[in-house]
Write a protein that binds this ligand. Structure first.
Ligand code: CA2
Length: 166
């Protein structure tokens, strides 16, 4: 693998070493509407803003971001499958799927790299039905309640985990 010496590169094993390691950034339902409604809960940044912020953090570590948003559970499952053996890590905000989509749990369980669950709001401080995450048990960790900063923190956590594995 070629690492830009100006960057804090993340060595990898088990993924395609020919190109810069990718991190799959997944977003679930309705998150395409960020910035248009409920700014008091989710802030004013758009999904594009969050992706750009994560890309910027990734560049520091010689990582690239592959960003996918879908309102369809099966498409997210397919994206996770497609990342196996190809992407180094996954950062996922599954939206409301967090609370009941066991297919995402199972797909993520079959992914070999670090997984970070991100939520803009703190679901544990909201309605009781948001207190359960079916993704958390198969994630390396969860970052909740810090708005867009959560994506940057997640990227740093991923880079640290990948460096440990090298
Ligand atoms: O806090 C988060 O990041 C959530 O994943 C956001 C989900 C919610 O179901 C989770 O409990 C916590 C909902 C995202 C809906 O976002 C919208 C944004 C603007 C307009 C409408 C929906």
């Amino acid at each position: 693998m070629t690492v830009d010496p100006e960057r804090r590169g993340v060595p990898l094993s088990g993924v395609d070493a020919a190109s810069p390691p990718c991190v799959l950034l997944l977003h679930g339902p309705n998150l395409n509407l960020l910035g248009t409604r409920e700014p008091e809960i989710y802030g004013t940044a758009t999904l594009g803003d969050h992706v750009a912020r994560t890309e910027q953090a990734a560049a520091e570590f010689g990582l690239t971001i592959e960003a996918i948003q879908s309102n369809h559970e099966g498409e997210l499952v397919d994206a996770i499958h497609d990342a196996r053996g190809r992407c180094a890590a996954i950062i996922i905000n599954p939206g409301a799927f967090t609370h009941y989509a066991w297919s995402l749990h199972d797909a993520l369980a079959a992914f070999e790299g670090p997984i970070v669950e991100v939520h803009l709001s703190n679901p544990n401080a909201r309605e009781p039905w948001r207190h359960t995450s079916v993704v958390a048990p198969v994630a390396s960790g969860s970052i909740v309640g810090f708005g867009g900063l959560g994506y940057e923190l997640a990227l740093r956590a991923v880079a640290a985990r990948l460096a440990e594995r090298a």
